[in-house]
Design a protein. Structure first.
Length: 369
């Protein structure tokens, strides 16, 4: 079809699509972000193009039950609380689960993995606190230096550092690179510690959530690569009872035994029952993939790769994978009212760094469930 000119507004009751046509096969691919070239006023949209680099943004926490008993006026008491990962020079704060009655409560990291809480009574009389939960939050010094960090997203994972989220001279977006040990990870996640829209909005199975991203593989040698909607950031199929995500892995080490380790798989779980669809897409090195998941008003999933829709298996199983073809078969209904979190991650399968480029990530939902 050639170029058309309209004298009035172009209207569509359902949606407008941007498509591409393969010059050889003639295959039409949907290239529309959010499924509609014109955004719907009944939906809420977020787009992330990584104007700022995501960085490590993890607070370390520890807690214990403590009864300080009666504290005399002018006295101070201390208690050590285990905080795994804490180091000398980190910042620390403390709180208790009851009225502090004018007590002065401070916290200091005094040794590796230990924060000391000091409770001082300058109230003018004795204070007897009830037994309570003593909580400590530690901000690592390296994290506090993250000036200009992306407020919407953070990076995390085994041995991940802020320095491993970088720009790429040839690829738009960001590059996530693991450290160099086996099972090191580089994971991109919404900043769940901050009250940003990405982290605090509920992306529920009942909200007709639509998620998509564009990623670029780097070298394909020994790795696990995953992207989609999960309850946790773990790449393993068995971890989350409810989930919907794409996954590629080069072997079964530290992961599932797939029948074919060369292709994309789509994994969804409904109330602890797992389903693995083996897509007819061989994963290639240095290749861009656009991945998309739609949840409809019946809580059923549809999946798309590079604008093509693929069938979703109804055969359950946590290993292997059922081969599927292009088509419009949806999943069964997902568990109602489950809030999922978008994650993109890569894990090294041997003692060598692995990397993935993330160009952008988008998500939307209905305004009200």
């Amino acid at each position: 079809m050639g170029t058309s000119t309209f004298s009035g507004p172009l209207r569509s009751q359902d949606s407008l699509k941007i498509v591409s046509k393969d010059a050889t096969s003639g295959l039409i691919a949907d290239r529309t972000l959010h499924g509609n070239a014109a955004k719907d006023t009944r939906r809420y949209y977020l787009d992330e193009y990584f104007n700022n680099l995501p960085k490590i943004n993890n607070f370390l926490v520890g807690s214990e039950t403590k009864d300080f008993g009666s504290i005399a006026d002018g006295a101070d008491l201390s208690e050590d609380v285990a905080v795994v990962g804490a180091a000398l020079g980190d910042f620390a704060i403390a709180s208790i689960g009851v009225d502090s009655v004018d007590l002065i409560i401070t916290a200091t990291v005094t040794a590796a993995n230990v924060a000391t809480v000091n409770v001082e009574n300058q109230s003018g009389g004795s204070v007897d606190l009830a037994s309570t939960t003593l909580r400590v939050k530690v901000l690592p010094f390296a994290v506090s230096a993250n000036t200009g960090a992306n407020e919407n997203f953070e990076v995390l994972g085994t041995n991940m550092t802020s320095a491993l989220a970088t720009r790429n001279a040839t690829a738009a977006g960001i590059t996530l690179t693991t450290a160099t040990a086996d099972q090191d990870q580089a994971i991109l996640a919404p900043n769940l510690d901050a009250a940003t829209a990405w982290g605090s909005t509920k992306w529920g199975t009942e909200n007709q959530t639509v998620w998509e991203c564009s990623i670029n593989t780097n070298a394909i040698d020994n790795q696990k690569l995953w992207a989609g909607l999960k309850l946790t950031n773990d790449q393993l199929v068995a971890t989350d009872d409810d989930q919907a995500y794409f996954k590629f892995q080069t072997d079964a080490t530290n992961s599932e035994a797939f029948t074919d380790f060369t292709v994309w798989h789509f994994i969804h779980s409904i109330g602890g029952t797992d389903f693995i669809s083996a897509l007819p897409i061989t994963v290639a090195a240095n290749t861009i993939y656009h991945l998309k998941i739609e949840i409809d008003s019946d809580r059923k999933l549809s999946i798309f790769v590079d604008g093509q829709q693929y069938n979703i298996t109804t055969t359950s199983g946590s290993t292997g994978g059922t081969a599927v073809t292009s088509g419009t078969t949806k999943s069964g209904a997902m568990t109602d009212d489950v809030d999922l979190i978008p994650y993109i991650g890569i894990e090294a399968g041997a003692a060598a760094a692995e990397a993935v480029d993330v160009h952008y990530e988008c998500i939307s939902r209905t305004l009200f469930e």
